[in-house]
Design a binder for this molecule. Sequence first.
Ligand code: SAH
Length: 392
Amino acid sequence: MTYKKIILRRGKEESLDRFHPWVFSGAIGHADNNIEEGDLVTVYTSDGRLIGNGHFQIGSIAVRILTFDSTTIDATFYERRLHEAYQLRLALDLQREDNNAFRLVHGEGDFLPGLVIDLYAGTAVVQAHSPGMHYARHQIAQALTSLPCVKNVYYKSETTLPYKAQLEQHNDYLVGSYDTDIAIENGMKFHVDWLRGQKTGFFVDQRENRSLLEKYARSRNVLNMFCYTGGFSFYALRGGAKLVHSVDSSAKAISLTNENVNLNFPDDERHQAFAEDAFKFLEKMPANLYDLIILDPPAFAKHKSALRNALVGYRKVNAKAFEKIGPGGILFTFSCSQAVSKEQFRLAVFSAAAQSRRRVRILHQLTQPADHPISIYHPEGEYLKGLVLYVE
Ligand code: SAH
């Protein structure tokens, strides 16, 4: 198969020779006429050496490379990559009787740049982050049906496709239809609202960190700040917490949290949920009420330009937690901003700790689980950072 051609400027192949899958627009010397967003293209060096095939788009990342050779990108290609992705999840033992929610495809980390797929009890929720993946959605859905774990395929890209592309971004079932929205993670049940929920409906990336929290929850008073669908809350209840308070500014998130807690712990009086702004809640809550606090805010920095404000945000929210957490308290604090590095996040938390003048030690340094793999050639794939801190 021949695709339209992109020729790089002299010397601009260095990162691609190290398998980094992005061609930036500034690296392009020549592009064939009539290349449209979402087209498959073949990229060559200035002296005519083939780099690989990928999806073209308008923007600072101009091409996302899918293969570093001349492989045709067709249904067979997607089937092969999806099977490889599934094999890895089987090796991670994520498809079990007591666990049927996990990330099946993590973009560049599964050598499918621009594609994210989460699986919830047989429904694959597909998100395209590039026009090329948007156009390939039917091929991808078809390929998904060859996996034994997939019954339905729901396409949801209303918030992830580049704004400039102006594609028709309808969300719909591409295969099958609605059956159940109850998925299981480590034996805990939860509803996933992929129709209206944030992202694909549930944050599978906190699975292992929730398990760790469960181990610390016994007899503690827990505050789950930015709770969304309540994941950390029901693990804390199972871990034997004395009380669990869940807080989120979204009323919808609070009702989802209540539903999920009820699914697992019906009428458990240890749990209460509050629809309130985090900063207001932290400001007015009494000191020493909580001795286990989770802070898992939304990405404060969606882009590099917002970095400074994001770091101030992380410092402020953590400073409140250090000020108010009871002695011997444990703080689980996270950042899911890709633009914020591990070091920058740690520095923000360090400044917050110093402000409180308390003795603080790092017990664990957390990250994303293995179903969100990071290609060694694409370090940008690492985004979730967490610290578990012991506060005296
Ligand atoms: N911890 C969750 C994921 C958190 S996502 C989990 O394990 O699933 C971030 C959440 O923060 C969203 O639900 C969003 O509604 C909430 N949020 C955003 N801004 C907020 C604010 N100022 N105060 C409280 N919650 C906020």
